[in-house]
Design a protein around this ligand. Structure first.
Ligand SMILES: [Cu+2]
Length: 430
C-alpha cells in the first residue's frame, strides 16, 4: 500500500514543470494581503497564493506522509501539501481563484469545493462532473467566488478511504465589506475521527462507528494548540465537521453567539446565544464571543468518549466491585492486566497515563495541568485569556492564586452559619 518513491518523484517533477510553466506567465505581485486579516488554523497554516493575470492561484499536492497526532502516536496519512487537514485556502468574495491540484497518491482523486456556488463542471464529483485525477496528473479548478463564509474542500473519489486518511481542508471566503463588529482573532478547527487501532500505523477506512482517535485539526489533547486572546478581544472560531459523528462543541467561561457558517453570515436576529453548539457532519459553524474572562478555559466536544483516545468498549463494569487480589490473580494469566477501577475511572485514567500500551498507542487520557491529571485526550483544547496578551505565544498556565477559586474546607467547622437563610415560613411556602 505504501507509495512508491518513483511515483512521489513523478508527482514532484510534474508539479515542478507546472510551476515553471506558470512562472513564465506570472505578473508582478500585486498587493497580496488579505485585507480582512488572516485566519489562524490551529496546528496548521494558510495556503500561500499569487496573482496570475488577475486570478488568485493556489497549488495543492495530494499525497501521503507521516502525521503525528501527539508525541507517541503517528500514522501514514493522506492530505495536501504534507498536512492533514490541508492548508486553509483564504480568499475574498468576488475573487477569481484557480486551484492547481497535483495527485501523488497511488489512486485517482478529485476535489469538491464544499458549499461553494460554482459551475457544475467545477464541483469535483468523480464520475458525475469529471474523470478522476489520475496519479501523476495536475488539474486546474477555476471559478469566481460569489459568496462569503466558512467552506471546505475534500476529495470525491473513494471518499470512504480518502476522508478516513485525512484529506480535507478549509476554504474561507472573507466578505468584501468587513463584518461588523470586527474580530481581532479568527481561528479555524476541523473535527475528525480516526480508526487507528492500537499498535497500527495505517487508519482503517472500514470503521463506521468505533473510532480510536477524535481530533481537532488532526491533533489530540494536549498536542492541540490553544486559542489565545487578550482580555476584551472579539474572537471568532470556525468549526467544521467531516467526521462520522456529530459533535457538541462546548466552551467554558464565556457565552458565544453562533453567527454563521456554510450559509455565510447569519442575519443578526438569527444569531444564537449558546455555550454548546452541535456541529453536524458536513456542517461548518462560526461562533463569536468577547474574551472578557481571564483564565484557562476548556474548549471540548461534550461527548465524553470524544475527549479520550484509544480504549476498549464492551468490557465488564467493575465500578463498585471489590477487586482486591483479583488483579494479581488475573495477571498470572494476563501480564499487565489492569482492572477498570472499583471507585470510578479517574484512578484508572491516571494509572493508564503512565502505562505502556501497544506501540504507537496513546493512553486513554494524558493531559497534565497545574493541579494534576486533566484526564482528557482527543477533542479538547483551551481558550487562554490574558490581560494585554499580544501575538501567538502560549502564555503558560493561568495563575489562579490571586483570584477566587474552589477550596478544600475543614469539615470540623460548620460550612455556613445556620440561621442566615431559610427563614421558617419557607418550609410552608407553595
Ligand atoms: Cu464529539
Amino acid at each position: 500500500m505504501s507509495l512508491s518513491r518513483r511515483r512521489l518523484l513523478t508527482g514532484a517533477a510534474s508539479l515542478a514543470a507546472a510551476s515553471r510553466a506558470l512562472d513564465a506567465a506570472v505578473l508582478p505581485a500585486t498587493s497580496s494581503v488579505i485585507s480582512q486579516g488572516r485566519v489562524r488554523t490551529l496546528n496548521g497554516s494558510s495556503l500561500p497564493w499569487r496573482m496570475v493575470n488577475g486570478v488568485k492561484e493556489f497549488q495543492l499536492v495530494a499525497g501521503e506522509f507521516e502525521h503525528e497526532f501527539a508525541p507517541g502516536c503517528k500514522a501514514r496519512c493522506w492530505g495536501y501539501n504534507g498536512s492533514t487537514p490541508g492548508p486553509t485556502i483564504e480568499a475574498v468574495e468576488g475573487d477569481r481563484v484557480r486551484i492547481l491540484i497535483t495527485n501523488t497518491l497511488p489512486e485517482g482523486t478529485s476535489i469538491h469545493w464544499h458549499g461553494i456556488l460554482l459551475p457544475n463542471g467545477m464541483d469535483g464529483i468523480s464520475g458525475l462532473n469529471q474523470e478522476p485525477i489520475a496519479p501523476g496528473e495536475t488539474w486546474a479548478y477555476e471559478f469566481t467566488l460569489r459568496q462569503e463564509g466558512t467552506y471546505l474542500y475534500h476529495p470525491h473519489v473513494d471518499e470512504m478511504t480518502q476522508l478516513a486518511f485525512g484529506m480535507m481542508g478549509f476554504f474561507i471566503v472573507h466578505p468584501r465589506v468587513p463584518h461588523d463588529p470586527p474580530v481581532q482573532r479568527d481561528y479555524a478547527m476541523l473535527l475528525h475521527n480516526w480508526a487507528l487501532h492500537p499498535g497500527t500505523y495505517r487508519p482503517d477506512p472500514s470503521v463506521m462507528t468505533e473510532f480510536d482517535l477524535w481530533t481537532f485539526n488532526s491533533k489530540v489533547f494536549p498536542a492541540t494548540e490553544p486559542l489565545l486572546a487578550a482580555q476584551g478581544e472579539r474572537v471568532r472560531l470556525r468549526v467544521a465537521n467531516l467526521s462520522m459523528h456529530h459533535h457538541p462543541i462546548h466552551l467554558h467561561g464565556h457565552r458565544f453567539a453562533v453567527t454563521g457558517g456554510d450559509g455565510g453570515r447569519w442575519p443578526r436576529q438569527a444569531w444564537l446565544p449558546e455555550v454548546t453548539t452541535i456541529v453536524g457532519v458536513g456542517q461548518t459553524r462560526d461562533i463569536e464571543f468577547v474574551a472578557d474572562n481571564p483564565g484557562d478555559w476548556a474548549l471540548h466536544c461534550h461527548l465524553s468518549h470524544h475527549t479520550m483516545n484509544a480504549m476498549g468498549h464492551g468490557i465488564a463494569n467493575s465500578v463498585g466491585v471489590k477487586m482486591e487480589g483479583l488483579e494479581t490473580r488475573i495477571r498470572k494469566q494476563l501480564p499487565g492486566f489492569m482492572a477498570m477501577g472499583e471507585d470510578g475511572m479517574q484512578q484508572h485514567l491516571e494509572h493508564a497515563q503512565h502505562m505502556r500500551g501497544p506501540e504507537n498507542t496513546l493512553p486513554m487520557a494524558q493531559g497534565e495541568g497545574p493541579f494534576g491529571a486533566i484526564g482528557m485526550g482527543g477533542m479538547m483544547t483551551m481558550l487562554k485569556v490574558r490581560r494585554g496578551l499580544q501575538g501567538n505565544v502560549d502564555p503558560g498556565w493561568y495563575e489562579v492564586k490571586d483570584v477566587p477559586r474552589a477550596r478544600r474546607v475543614d469539615t470540623a467547622s460548620p460550612a455556613a452559619p445556620k440561621d442566615q437563610d431559610a427563614p421558617e415560613h419557607h418550609q410552608h411556602a407553595e
